[in-house]
Design a protein around this ligand. Structure first.
Ligand code: NAP
Length: 286
């Protein structure tokens, strides 16, 4: 299977590195010659160019668009004239509903994708072949998507060491609002709340004492601002619903503490400890 990757950043570069390692012929498209050069030197590509038209000669069977979300549809529209009719196209955007239907209009063999893997760093320098190992990788075909397009993407997902999860775009967006987009906003609010401390000595001491608990709860809020903005802008309704649900729970906890209802608070914490164990991330080594 010949694969082309458009946008050689963290996700695109990591796909290219792993797919090449697995023996697939991979072509890259980057806006910058220097990026092409770097990825070629890392041995992750058979060829690389700065112009989508260059893909016509390589004639990829699968193209994965790995640009920021806002650029996916524009890139697909520009790509269409250079594709063979049987080429499968996918993306890696963290929100699926605004992308999948219009992309399928532009290209019927489009299959939405979202690898549930990331880092707090961006760009090709952060790319690594092992990024997707053992991670869920969501594919969001529509009822009319041709099965062979989904099969091609399943092969790619398996080749990068990830686990295929099928979901429709709307349910995907609702689920990631809870477990990916809400945590980013809560975590950002946590960092901002600590920053409100008015006594500079206490703030400095807090920064010094912050250890694993703070690191785990603040990590995603200290991530790439553009990715957080992308989630909020394009998954606005699902994220707002999740934020409201979160505030209800936080309010309940606040009232229990205020009212010194320690037994009930203990029950809440016992329940959340049990529920926490049901998340996949706590069942498999990461
Ligand atoms: P990234 O490291 O910044 O890579 C994005 C790449 O897209 C850039 O390196 C650039 O590649 C290209 N690009 C940037 N601006 C562009 C523009 N205006 N027009 C065309 N191409 C442009 O970001 P990333 O983390 O890989 O994220 C890319 C996609 O992955 C996003 O849609 C995001 O939703 C999704 N995603 C991210 C994560 C994560 O945690 N990072 C996880 C899952 C999914 P060239 O310089 O080579 O042109």
């Amino acid at each position: 299977m010949r694969i082309a990757i458009v946008g050689l950043g963290l996700i695109g570069g990591s796909l290219a590195l792993k797919l090449s390692k697995e023996g697939y012929p991979v072509w890259g498209i980057s806006r910058h010659r220097a990026t092409c050069q770097e990825v070629l030197e890392r041995g992750a590509l058979q060829g690389c160019g700065t112009d989508l038209a260059q893909l016509a000669d390589f004639d990829p069977q699968v193209v994965v668009i790995c640009t920021p979300l806002e650029q996916v549809l524009v890139t697909l529209a520009a790509l269409v004239p250079h594709l063979s009719p049987q080429t499968v196209v996918s993306d890696v955007g963290s929100v699926k509903q605004p992308i999948v239907a219009p992309a399928t209009e532009l290209w019927p063999l489009f299959v939405g994708g979202h690898p549930m893997a990331g880092k707090t760093l961006q760009g090709i320098q952060a790319a690594e072949a092992s990024l997707f190992l053992g991670r869920p990788y969501v594919l969001t075909p529509l009822p009319q998507t041709q099965p062979q397009a989904v099969e091609a993407m399943k092969e790619l997902v398996t080749a990068v060491g990830a686990e295929v999860v099928l979901a429709d775009p709307e349910r995907h967006d609702q689920a990631v609002a809870w477990i990916s987009h809400l945590p980013v906003m809560i975590s950002a609010a946590l960092i901002a709340a600590v920053g409100q401390e008015e006594d500079p000595d206490i703030l400095e001491l807090a920064r010094t004492l912050a250890s694993s608990g703070f690191r785990d709860t603040s990590r995603v809020g200290g991530g790439i601002p553009q990715l957080g903005l992308e989630m909020a802008r394009h998954n606005q309704q699902a994220l707002l619903a999740a934020l409201r649900g979160y505030q209800v729970q936080l309010g309940k906890i606040e009232r229990l503490i205020e009212g010194e209802r320690w037994e009930e608070l203990l029950q809440v914490l016992q329940r959340t400890r049990q529920e926490w164990q049901q998340f996949r991330v706590n069942q498999t080594p990461s």
